[in-house]
Design a protein around this ligand. Structure first.
Ligand code: SF4
Length: 169
C-alpha cells in the first residue's frame, strides 16, 4: 500500500498544534512510514504546494486574504481536509477579539500609526469558508489524538469525532 500524501500547515495561529506533532519523537518514525509529507513548511523548507494529495491537516483561523487563498488551495488539492486544533475549529485565540468594537484601535495600539495595517478581517474557523471532513480538538491536541488521526487517515477512514474545546471564541 502506498503511503498517503499529506500536507500539514497553519493559517493564523501560534504553530503550537504543528509543534505538538513534531514533538511526537517516539512515534514519528512510524508516522513517517504511513505518510509522505508533501508540504510541511514548518518542518521543511522548499516545499511547493502544487500536487494533489490525500489529506491536508490545517492549523489556525482564517484572518487574512492570504490565509483564505492558502485554504482554498489546500481544499482543492486534498481529498480530506482536517481542521486541526481549536483555532482551526472554532477561531480560537485569533478570534477572541472579534466581539471588540475597537478592533482597529487595538491593531493601531500594537502596530502604531506609522505602520501599514495588515489587510485582515475577523478571524474565523475553516468551516466558515470550506467543507471540513474531520476535526481534532484541543489547544493543542493531545498526542493520542494525533496518532488516532494519522492511523485513521492511513486506513482510509476518518478519526472519531470528539468535541471538548478549551477555548471556543
Ligand atoms: Fe496555538 Fe492552541 Fe491555536 Fe493550536 S489551537 S494554534 S496551540 S492557540
Amino acid at each position: 500500500m502506498r503511503p498517503m500524501k499529506v500536507a500539514i500547515t497553519g493559517l493564523t495561529a501560534c504553530s503550537g498544534c504543528q509543534l505538538t506533532l513534531l514533538n511526537c519523537e517516539d512515534e514519528l518514525p512510524e508516522l513517517l512510514g504511513l505518510c509522505e509529507l508533501v508540504y510541511f513548511p514548518l518542518a521543511e523548507s522548499g516545499n511547493v504546494l502544487d500536487a494533489q494529495f490525500d489529506a491536508a491537516i490545517v492549523e489556525g483561523a482564517v484572518s487574512t486574504p492570504k490565509d483564505l487563498e492558502l485554504l482554498f488551495s489546500l481544499r482543492n488539492a486534498a481529498r480530506v481536509l482536517v481542521a486541526y486544533g481549536t483555532c482551526a475549529l472554532f477561531g480560537g485565540v485569533a478570534a477572541m477579539n472579534n466581539t471588540i468594537s475597537c478592533r482597529r484601535d487595538l491593531l493601531q495600539t500594537v502596530f502604531g500609526d506609522a505602520v501599514q495595517l495588515p489587510e485582515s478581517f475577523a478571524p474565523a474557523p475553516l468551516a466558515n469558508y470550506v467543507s471540513v471532513d474531520a476535526a481534532v480538538t484541543g489547544c493543542p491536541p493531545e498526542k493520542q489524538e494525533i496518532m488516532e488521526l494519522v492511523a485513521a487517515l492511513a486506513a482510509g477512514t476518518l478519526p472519531p469525532a470528539r468535541c471538548y474545546p478549551v477555548c471556543t471564541e
